[in-house]
Design a protein around this ligand. Structure first.
Ligand code: CP
Length: 316
C-alpha cells in the first residue's frame, strides 16, 4: 500500500464494485488493529465521541444490525436504531422524508438496509452524511464481503491464488455479488455453483466461472461459501423442494468427505441447517461461521472510523 493512501477516497460505502484494491486493503489493515482492541478486557475507544449514527433497517437482520450497533458503541459514537415497523414510514412517510427529519437532528452517518436495490445510492445523493450500505435488495452487501475477505486473510495469510466456490442461491444474493467483486480484486479465482434456475449464465460476466456440477468442482477448491436459499425473494418455483435442493446442492457429510483437508467452509448466515449445510458437517470440517461474525464487528469499526475520522481525500 502506498504511504500517502491512508484515507478512503469517498464519502459513502455503497458497494465493493467501485472500491479500489488499496481501499479494501486499507479497511482490512484498519480492522486488524480494531480486532486487537476487541480482545482486550476494556473494549472501548473514544475515537468517534461526539459523532451520531443512524442504523436504519427496513429488512430483518441479526448480525449486521447488531455488529454495526456494537461497532459504533465500541468507538463511543451515539447510535439510533430505527426499523421500518417502528418508524413513521408505517404512517405513510417516505424514506427520503425520514432521512431529512433525522438529518435535521444533526447526524454524521446513515447505515441503511433496504429491500430496494440502489436505495443507499439514492440516499447518498440527498444527504451530506456518510451512507453505508448494509445490504440493498439483491445488489450488494459490502461489509459482509469485507468481513469474509478479512476472515480468509486470517486463515490463509493471503487471498491471491485461492480457489473460492460460492454455492447456492446466487441469483438473489447480494453477498455473492459483493464477494465476486472483492475476491476478484484481491486475486482469488471465483467459482459459482447452484441450481441453474438460481444461477443464470450471465454471472460469468462478473468475473466468475460457472460449474453446475457441484460434485466436480468441490474437491478442487480451498473455500466453500454456502449461501442461504432466499425464499422470501422467490416469486416462482425455483426448486422442487428443500429435500431435493439438499440432495443435489447441499453440503452433506458425504460431500464433505470429498473436500480438501484444508477446506474452509463459510456461510454469511442465517443458515438453514439441513438444507445448505448438514449440521454433522461441522464434526468433520473446520468451519469459521462464527469467526466471520466476530470479524464483522472489527470490519464495521474500520469502515465507520475511515469514513467518519479519516477525511475522504477526494470524493468520487
Ligand atoms: N449476513 C447477514 O447479513 O446477516 P443478517 O441478515 O442477520 O444481518
Amino acid at each position: 500500500m502506498e504511504e500517502k493512501k491512508k484515507k478512503l477516497k469517498r464519502k459513502d460505502l455503497l458497494g465493493i464494485k467501485e472500491l479500489e484494491k488499496w481501499e479494501i486493503e486499507l479497511i482490512l489493515e484498519t480492522a486488524k488493529g480494531f480486532k486487537t482492541i476487541l480482545e482486550r478486557p476494556l473494549k472501548k475507544l473514544p475515537t468517534l465521541r461526539g459523532k451520531t449514527i443512524l442504523n436504519l433497517f427496513f429488512e430483518p437482520s441479526t448480525r449486521t444490525q447488531a455488529s454495526f450497533d456494537l461497532a459504533a458503541k465500541r468507538l463511543s459514537a451515539d447510535i439510533i436504531n430505527i426499523s421500518k415497523d417502528k418508524s413513521s414510514v408505517r404512517k405513510g412517510e417516505t424514506l427520503l422524508d425520514t432521512l431529512k427529519n433525522i438529518e435535521a437532528m444533526k447526524i454524521d452517518a446513515v447505515i441503511i438496509r433496504h429491500w430496494g436495490s440502489g436505495t443507499p445510492h439514492f440516499l447518498a445523493r440527498h444527504t451530506k452524511a456518510c451512507v453505508i450500505n448494509a445490504g440493498d435488495g439483491i445488489h450488494e452487501h459490502p461489509t459482509q464481503a469485507l468481513l469474509d475477505i478479512f476472515t480468509l486473510q486470517e486463515k490463509f495469510g493471503k487471498i491471491e491464488g485461492l480457489k473460492v466456490l460460492i454455492l447456492g442461491d446466487i441469483l438473489h444474493s447480494r453477498v455473492a455479488r459483493s464477494n465476486i467483486f472483492a475476491l476478484n480484486k484481491m486475486g482469488a479465482e471465483v467459482f459459482l455453483s447452484g441450481p441453474p434456475t438460481l444461477l443464470p449464465p450471465q454471472f460469468s460476466l462478473l468475473g466468475a466461472k460457472i460449474e453446475y456440477n457441484v460434485d466436480k468442482i468441490l474437491p478442487e477448491v480451498d473455500v466453500v461459501m454456502c449461501l442461504r436459499l432466499q425464499r422470501e425473494r422467490m416469486k416462482g418455483c425455483y426448486i422442487p423442494s428443500l429435500r431435493e435442493y439438499r440432495k443435489f446442492w447441499g453440503l452433506t457429510k458425504e460431500r464433505a468427505k470429498k473436500l480438501k483437508k484444508s477446506i474452509v467452509v463459510m456461510h454469511p448466515g442465517p443458515v438453514n441447517w439441513g438444507v445448505e449445510i448438514d449440521y454433522e458437517v461441522l464434526d468433520i470440517l473446520p468451519n469459521i461461521i462464527l469467526e466471520q461474525v466476530t470479524n464483522g464487528v472489527a470490519i464495521r469499526m474500520a469502515v465507520l472510523y475511515l469514513l467518519l475520522v479519516g477525511e475522504h481525500a477526494e470524493e468520487t
